[in-house]
Structures are given as C-alpha cells and as structure tokens.
Design a protein around this ligand. Structure first.
Ligand code: ATP
Length: 608
C-alpha cells in the first residue's frame, strides 16, 4: 500500500462554502469543453470589433458637426462630399456593430452550454467519488440544488447578461482611449469614475449578498415547511390541525415575501446613484468640451464627438451597477456548484490495498465522534469484532448504536481514533475500498426503478438468473414461497422501485438482503434491518438475516432481543461506551443490565 500524508480526518475542501474565484477558474479550465485558444482569440476579436465600431461611429457622428461649421474632417475632406463619405463609413460601422453582437453572443452561449453539461457531469461524478461523510454533511437537498438550480442560475446569467456585461466592461477602456485621442484632457473624467462608483458599488457588494442570503434562507425554510406539511398530511388530518398548518405556511410565505421586499430599497438606491453618477459624468464632459472649444484647443466637431461618446456610456454606467448584483449572484451559485465538483478532492489519494480475501477482524481504537457542534457521542471507544463472528449491539435509544454502525461503514468521519478492517486503517485508504469491504443494511431500503433482475444485477453484474434466484431463495424468497407468489408475479421481470406498485416492507428487506448475498461483503452491518417486520414475518426475515450474516464479520444493531440471543457475542452500549460484553449465556450469568433487559423482554413476550 502506498503511504499517504493525507488521512480522511483532514479535509482539503470544505464543500459547505462556495469555491473561491481561483478554484472556479481551476475547475472550469479542467473541464473537457473549456474553450481553446482559437475560441478566445476569435471571441476577443469579435468583441473588439463590436466595441471599436461602436466608439468609432460615435466619434464620427460627433465630428460631422465640423462639416456644418465649414471645417474639414481629417480623412474625409470637407463639404457635402466629405459628409456623405463620413455617413457611409458610419453606416458600415453600424452594420459591423449589428453583425458582431449576435456573433459574440453565439460564441459565448455555445461555449457556456457545453461547460454547463460538463460541470453537471463533473458534479455528479464528484458526488459519487467523494467521501460519503462529506456528501451526507451537505445533505440531499443541497447536493440537488447545486446540481440543478445553481448551475442553471450561472448559465442563465451568462445567457441574459453575459454579452452585455462583456460589452459594458470593454466600453469604458475603449471610450477613454477614444476620448484621449480627441484630447488627453478628457482623461480627467477617469478620476471622476472611481469617485462616483466606489461608494454605491461597495454598498451593493456588501448589502445585496446579505439580503440575497436572507431571502434564500427564508425560501429554504418555506420549502422545508411545505415538504414537512405534505409529508405529515395524515397526522395533520388525524389531529385536526389544518388551521395550524395553514397559518404556519402563511407565516413563512410572508416572511419570504418580506425578505424579497427588503432587497427593493437596495436596488432603488442603486438606480438613484446611477442617475447621479451619470449626470456628473456627462456634466463633466460638457463642461470640459465647452472649455476646450473656448480655448481653441478643439473644434466643435471634436468636442461634440467627446460628448456623444459619453452619451453612449449612459446605459453602461447603469449596467455596471445592475450587473454587479447579478454577477455576484451568478458567481456565488457557480462557486457552490464548483465546490461540489471539487468534493472528490477529499477522497484519499492513495492506491487501495487488495480486498479482504475472507471475513476480517474489525478493530476500533480510541474512537471519538461528535455531531457538528455537539458533545462527543462516542468518546474513546475500543472494541474488536472477531473475524467471522456475529456481534449484536444492544442499548437504550440514543446510546450511539447507529452512530457506531455508520462509523464502521464509513458514513461518518471520526474526530479521532482508528477503525481498522483486517489491519487496514480505513482513514488512510479511499472510502471506495471501505465500501467494498463493509456493507450496511438499514431499514431504509432503496429499490432502483426497473425490473427486479436489473436491481439485483447492480450488486452482481455478471450473475445469471439462476444465481439471482438462488440469492433470493437464501433470504426466504424462493419462487414457491408465499412472498414471491404474492409480490413478484412476473418473477425476475417484475417491475419494482419508484413508479411501480409498492412491495411489502418485508419483501423489500428480503431483496436488500439478497443483494447482500450477491455482493458477498466481508463485513456486514445490519441496523434496524429486520425491525420493520410484523410478527408473522419477523422470524423468517430474521432467519434470512442470520443466514446472510453467517460466516462473515457481522454487527447487528439489535432492536429486539431475539436478534441478540442468536449472536455469538453481545455488546451493551450506553452513552457511547461499552458497559457489558459477552455471549448471551455469559451476560445472563453476570446478572447485570443485559440480564435485566432480557428478563423484562421475556416477561413481556410471555404476557403477549
Ligand atoms: N444527525 C445527527 N445530528 C446530531 N445528533 C444526532 C444525529 N443523529 C443522532 N444524533 C444523536 O446521537 C446520539 C446517538 O444516536 P444514535 O442514533 O446513534 O443512537 P441509537 O443507540 O442508535 O438509538 P436508536 O436505538 O434510537 O436508533 C443521540 O443522542 C442522538 O440524538
């Protein structure tokens, strides 16, 4: 195994925060669809031509005033003939402006469209490659938003304002070069610009994100509440609290509307400042032009050209102010998506050791774990699961059983300590290795939409129908069983998963167990895997689970004590600590808490 300086306890990349500008560029550049030098050159040339023709036509239109004064315009001569030629050139420049704008837009859109597809693919790949704790920390909703809405927001921003933004960004330098060519004195206006923009821009940059974030939070809260209400519909009906649910929703909807309204003054202030800024710029240009004409330093036509150039800046002054917010929004959204795309950087960069040839020992040493912001749930736990044995984990609710199961399966990242599988410290190997060695079955069974055969083949792509049927038989779902007859009328061709008839929870669990038989993992963890079963089916499902666990290193989070009785060893946990450890007989003989629990459980069963 290659030594690594990076353990899974250190994260290189915090996916909760949006990626930095540098990371965004790095990620976009690494996408296959990132445009090459040819595209950049062509796009720069098209944009350059567009702006040059705009500033050129403005300058010439201004200079045409000199013809009225009977003066000659350099390059065009004087009189009617000169004026006609100048108008012809202005016409050509306007035509070039007209043609190059859609061409620039096309170049931008085509490149962005490709990048959008690439980025979405990269995000999905990163989600699948990233350490599971990081993905779980982000949460399903967050991952979905980044994959869909955030990428769409960035794409729509490029579509709606991308071309105008580039034109605006280039208009200022081109206009000032044109003004400087008329007279260097116009560069004085350059000093005015930062003085005018600095304050409103700073206000926008600080105020808008805060207001936008507050709006997003309010929207997320409202959406969660909507989801919560729809999911809890039966309870709401049963308790007769429709009024309460409606009021709660109304309160949250109004809160969202209010947060939206909070942004309006910011935009209004922005537009007001824009008018003021532009007014000052235009007044400055007119005053300077008048002064230069009076001094005889410029012709009226040259001064008019300068004023026309500034007049054409009007829209762009407002664009700077308005686009700032939109660009910032789009960059934040892009940063969130890129942050997801970079999540795979957290995967351990080391070659994986060979898979465990047979069921290995699982050794836990000084394990410490806490949920974010909480006290340690597991604090210094040491435990060894002997190779090829079944260990049952019992304890009161909240003892930390599921947390420990998740830690061994690699779903959570410990704060410290080690979990070794067959002498391999799992914090030093890619978590795909751990996932291959340890399978976790929980109560939440996900069946993929399609035929039963397709679902099972995900666990063993090469398995033939006979192998699939044998796996189902091993977990009590043989073709002649009642479960098969009742729920799988088309056998392996039965359509299951989303969009098809719901199966009974027991059959779903059996299919999940059959997948485990096919995966054949060296270490198996079952958390609540059979607790859903009703009493009629509980025993057969229990037997199926025992059959799958037999011969492997297994950990069963036992919610009913009969699950524990059958295990080789029982561990009683309390507040993240092992308080009793031994076989069923040994623990009964000790007469401690397990014996007490067992006596209570046996008593309640006898009463039944
Ligand atoms: N996602 C979470 N965030 C914060 N705290 C959590 C989270 N999940 C569990 N906890 C807390 O961690 C502690 C251990 O929970 P855990 O689910 O591991 O216990 P358990 O023994 O499996 O309980 P049960 O038998 O009820 O499932 C509990 O106090 C629980 O409230």
């Amino acid at each position: 195994m290659t030594a690594t300086t990076f353990s899974s306890y250190d994260r290189r990349h915090d996916a909760l925060a949006p990626a930095s500008g540098r990371d965004i560029v790095r990620c976009l550049r690494s996408l296959p669809g990132f445009p090459g030098p040819g595209w950049w050159l062509l796009t720069a040339a098209v944009f350059g031509l567009n702006i040059a023709s705009m500033t050129g036509s403005s300058t010439l239109l201004g200079r045409s005033v000199d013809f009225i004064s009977g003066l000659a315009v350099p390059g065009f001569g004087s009189g009617r003939e000169g004026f006609t030629v100048l108008l012809g050139v202005v016409g050509v420049l306007m035509f070039v402006e007209l043609v190059t704008r859609p061409a620039a837009a096309y170049l931008m859109f085509s490149a962005t469209r490709r990048l959008t597809v690439d980025l979405r693919r990269r995000c999905l790949a990163a989600t699948l490659e990233a350490p599971i704790p990081d993905v779980l920390e982000l949460g399903t909703g967050n991952v979905m938003t980044r994959l869909t809405k955030d990428i769409d927001t960035a794409y729509r921003a490029v579509q709606s304002i991308g071309t105008r933004f580039v034109v605006t960004a280039l208009m200022f330098p081109f206009t000032f070069v044109a003004l400087a060519l008329i007279s260097p004195w116009y560069l004085l206006l350059l000093i005015l610009l930062p003085a005018i923009f600095a304050v409103p821009l700073k206000r926008t940059l600080t105020g808008l994100p805060v207001a936008t974030n507050a709006l997003s939070t309010a929207q997320a809260r409202r959406n969660n509440m909507l989801l919560d209400t729809i999911r809890g519909l039966p309870t709401i009906r049963a308790f007769g609290v429709r009024g309460w649910a409606t009021q709660r929703l109304e309160r949250n909807s109004w809160d969202t509307v209010q947060r939206e309204a909070d942004r309006i003054p910011l935009f209004l202030r922005l537009i007001g400042t824009g008018y003021l800024a532009y007014g000052v710029l235009l007044a400055g240009a007119i005053a300077l032009s008048t002064h230069l004409v009076a001094q005889g330093a410029l012709t009226t036509g040259a001064a008019s050209a300068a004023v026309v150039l500034v007049v054409r800046l009007e829209m762009h002054v407002f664009n700077v102010l308005i686009f700032t917010g939109e660009i910032q929004n789009a960059l934040t959204a892009l940063g969130r998506a890129v942050s997801l795309a970079l999540l795979s950087d957290n995967a351990i960069d080391a070659s994986a050791p060979d898979d465990c040839p047979e069921s290995p020992e699982v050794r836990i040493e000084d394990l410490v774990f806490r949920y974010p912001g909480g006290a340690p749930i597991i604090d210094g736990l040491c435990l060894t699961l002997e190779a090829g044995t079944t260990t049952a984990l019992v304890g009161a609710s909240g003892a930390g059983k599921s947390t420990l199961a998740g830690l061994i399966a690699g779903l959570q990242r410990p704060a410290s300590g080690t979990i070794s599988i067959g002498r391999v410290d799992t914090s030093t190997v890619p978590d795909t290795w751990t996932a291959r060695q340890v399978s976790l079955i929980s109560q939440e069974v996900h069946l993929f939409s399609g035929t039963l055969r397709e679902d099972l083949r995900m666990a063993a792509p090469d398995a033939d129908d006979a192998a699939l049927t044998a796996a189902l038989t091993r977990v009590g779902l043989a073709p002649d069983s009642a479960g098969w007859q009742r729920w799988l009328p088309e056998g392996l061709d039965t359509l299951i998963g989303a969009g098809n008839d719901d199966l009974s929870p027991e059959v779903e669990q059996q299919i999940s167990l059959a997948r485990m038989v096919l995966v054949d993992p060296p270490v198996l963890i079952m958390d609540e895997a059979t607790s859903e079963a009703g009493s009629d089916n509980a025993r057969s499902l229990e037997r199926a689970a025992q059959a799958v666990a037999r011969g492997r290193t297994s950990l069963v989070v036992a919610h009913r004590l009969d699950q524990a009785v059958a295990a080789d060893r029982i561990i009683l946990m309390d507040h993240g600590v092992v308080v009793e450890d031994g076989s069923h007989r040994e623990l009964l003989a000790v007469g401690g808490r397990y014996a007490e629990l067992h006596a209570r459980w046996s008593g309640s069963r006898n009463e039944d």
